[in-house]
Every structure is written in C-alpha cells, then in structure tokens.
Design a protein around this ligand. Sequence first.
Ligand code: HEM
Length: 523
Amino acid sequence: MAEHIVKRVLSTATNIASKSPKRLLTTDHAATTAKTSSTISMNDIPMSKTMVDLPGPNGYPLVGTAPEYFKGENKGQMHKVQRRFHEMYGPIFKEKLGPVTNISIADPNLVEEVVRSEGKFPNRPPYPSWTIYKKMRTQANGLMTVSNHEEWSTCRTVISKHMLRPKTVLQYVDIMNEVVTDFVNRLKYTRDNHAANSAVPDLQNELSKWAIESISAVLLETRLGCLDENVSSENQAFIDAVGDMFKTGHQLMVFAELHKRFGTKTWKTHVDAWDTIYRVAGEHIDKKLADITEKYERLQSGSEDDNKASFLEHLLGNENLPLDAVYANTTELMLAGLDTSANAMGMVTYLLSRNPRVQEKLIKEVDSVLQNRICTAEELSNMTYARAVVKETLRLFPVIPINARVMTEDTTIGGYLIPKGTCILLNTFTMSRDATQFVNPDDFIPERWERDSNKWNPFSNLPFGFGARSCAGRRMAQQELYLAIIRLAQNFWLAPSRDFDAEPTLRTVLTFEKDIPVEFQDR
Ligand code: HEM
C-alpha cells in the first residue's frame, strides 16, 4: 500500500470527527464537451427536419402532457403510457412535459444514433429534485446524481476500476454467498413464523434487506445485520427512505421547484428521505473509516500484515476524490444497489412462479452442476440457464424502463436536428417488448438468449444502459442475482400466490408496490 494512502487514511480519522459539509467538490470546472464525428452543427445541414416537424401528443397549456401520467390507471405506469404514445406517433416523438420539451425514442437504430454520438462525457440528467436537494444541503454528488463532466469522469474512473473489473467482482463471490445463506434462512423463518400459507410476508422488504446487506458487504466489507431476526430501526429507515426518495423523485420530475416553494407533502417526504439516506449511510461509512484507520495504525506498528485494500480504501487512495465525494459516492452506490437488485429479484421470483417449465429447467441445471453444493466463482460460468433467466427477466421487466440522455451537441437523430441540451428518453421497456425484435415478446423465454438463437439488435435490450455512462454496478448486480436465484432454486419451488395478483409500477425503478404474489414451497 503506497505511503500516501496510509497518510490519507490516517488523516481521515480527524476528518470523521470534524467532517464539514463545506469540504465539497468544486463544481465550476469549465465544461469540456468533445465534438464527435457524428455530431453536426445547425449550420452543417440546412435540409434537416427539426423538432418542429416531429409528431407527438398536444398536451395542455403550461403543463403539457404531465397530467396524463398522474391520472387514474396511468399512475405509476409511465413506461406503458410512453409505449402507447409510440404506438400512436411512431418510434420518435416529442412531448411537452411541464415547461420542457422532451423527445422519446423506442427504436434500436435511433438509440444507437444517440449513444454513438454522446461523446466522452455522456450526460444522463439527474431528477431536478435531486439537484435542488443537493444544492439546498450543500451535499456533494456521486455517480448517480452528477451531471458536471469532469466531476463525473473523476468518480467514474475510480469506481469502474474496482466495480467493473471481472477479477475483482469474482473476489466477492464468497461474501455474497454468505449473505445469500442468511437470506434463505430468513425467508424460511419469516414464512414459517408468520404466514398462513407458504408466502413470505412483505417479501419486497425482505428482498431489500438482502440487496442492501449484499452490496454493503461489498462496499463496506461489513455485515449490517439486515438479515438478522431483529433489524435495526436505522437500517429499516434507510430501506424505506430509498423507496420514498425514488417514488417522490419520480413524482417531482415536473415542477420540483414549485413543490419546494409551496412546501408540498411530496417535497417534504423527498427531503426527509434524502436526509435519512445520508444520515444512515454516513454512520456506516464513519464506522468503516474508523476501522480502516485502526487497521493502518496496526500496520504501521507492525502488529498486522494484511494490507488487502477494501473498496473504500480504493476510493480514499485516489487523490482526485475529495472526502465528501467518497461519502457521496459510497452512499449513492448503496442506494442504487438496493432498489435495483431487490426489484430485479422480485421480478425473477414473480416470473419463475408463473413459468413452471422455466423453473424446472433452472432447477435441473442447478442440480446437475452443483448437486446441493454452494456455487463457487469457477462454477458460475457454467450456469448458463440461470444467466439467461436473469437476462430474460430484465428484458420483460427492465427495472429502469426509461433511461435518458441530454444531448451535449446539436445532433441529428432519425433525420431530425435535435438541439444541444434536449432531453431524450430512451424507452427500454417499449423496445424490449417490440415484436419486430423479439418473437412472442410478452412471453418469458430464457432460451432466446442462448447462443445463435435469435438475431436481435443489441440496442433493443439495454437494461444496464450503454457505454461510458452505463451501470457502474452491472457486474456486481449480475453476480448477486445469479448466486441468489441459484440458491432459491436449490431450496424452493416458487408458486403463484393463491391470495392475490399484482402488477409492477414505476417509481424510477419498476417495483411491486403492494406485495409480491409468490409462495415459497420447500422443494
Ligand atoms: C439489476 C440491477 C441493476 C440494473 C438493471 C441497473 C440499471 C442501471 C441503468 C439502466 C443505469 C443507467 C445507465 C445509463 O445511463 O446508460 C444505471 C446506472 C448506475 N447504476 Fe445500476 N443497475 C443495477 C444495479 C446496480 C448496482 C448493484 C449498483 C451499485 C453497486 C448500481 C450502480 C449504478 C450507478 C452508480 C449508476 C450511474 C453510473 C454513471 O452515471 O456513471 N447499479 N444502472
């Protein structure tokens, strides 16, 4: 371990005690946007059609189409409303959402045009409510919320080196497996002690506990105890706050500033949720930094010789990342890793319970490769059907069904000149249900991902996004999901609930808002 890391970690101990919110990342760097070969200036193509020529719904004065998303059965179904608009207006349309005109696309060739022209610093717009909150609390940004180019690039480079290196990710198989063991035990315990049938009460919350326990074991190398019999109120508050933050963030997508000005209930819930997220995550990070500091003191005194760097040490070891950015990034990775993985697991259990043929085939693979053993890092690569099950789940229910980009240059998309600064919605959900790309698109058929079985356009299925700005936790998430579904298949037969059915709704991520209608029967 280099000398400067030791110094930095030791100085962190003092910083923990006197951590000042003023020690922020500088955000006033000049924006440096690369002009790529596929970006075109307004003057270059006088014949292009412009946004005026795009079709799209008319909407109402001032609010545009915003009411469409909040009325009756459309509530929480923005992905489906967008799909209907595409059916009416085609693969590219414009829409005025409140004061802003967005463009929506749902065609893999158009998506390719967008992502190929996004340059070195792709810009995914944070929710306006996130930006307002951060400014109000002088809170540093992390990867998920940052839009400044240089700030994003610094965080991304450091984090990708750890989170996206296949070798590094495989090192977490053991700890992820340990978490899955506790998860399965907890599912059985909860089911047997509380439910009249084989359902696990509040399954959504149980999946969230698994997801936060798993990603924290990676990021903090600490077990939070979320799968213990009694879960601390602080950890439960974190889980609830992440759900509230995503839900209200989505509701505040339009008119966030007005909500803040009038102090609406939605705005207050949003602020409380963020405050809780930062408080609880901050306490966990403080503890870990204190442990690291003690470890370095022991290393320096020669009483310890294990200097394997953890994720947090990896961040701290980078001089370009200020301490408040270390806190912000770790917090955002915790919350990004919670809701996405938990909901993806919810979708997997739901789809397996309704597709016994797929479930039987999964169990067959798991039994034949593992014969009851816990899956090792080496064996993971042989679990091809388990991988296909996850991929197919994310096709049918991409947990982030609508992604977005802000164009960093004037660009032509589909023959239309789109001005710099325009927000483009990439409709992952609509594309992955497109019958021209996928045979029987609404059916759950993992076999379609077997080699040579289908000729889909790769841009039609991007559940983790694309390119330099794609999901930083993709490999961790996939590994967590594979290990968890393998163990579920070893322990349970998943059946549809006899009591009720449910449909996912959108709160930034697709989620089962009620409970998940699945029973966990012993195999
Ligand atoms: C099934 C699980 C997951 C899915 C489907 C998913 C999906 C996504 C998507 C679609 C994006 C936007 C990508 C883009 O703009 O092109 C994203 C970004 C991100 N995800 Fe995930 N994610 C998952 C799990 C995770 C986990 C476990 C973590 C953390 C450990 C994580 C951390 C992030 C971060 C930090 C970003 C922002 C990256 C950046 O802007 O540079 N995700 N994710």
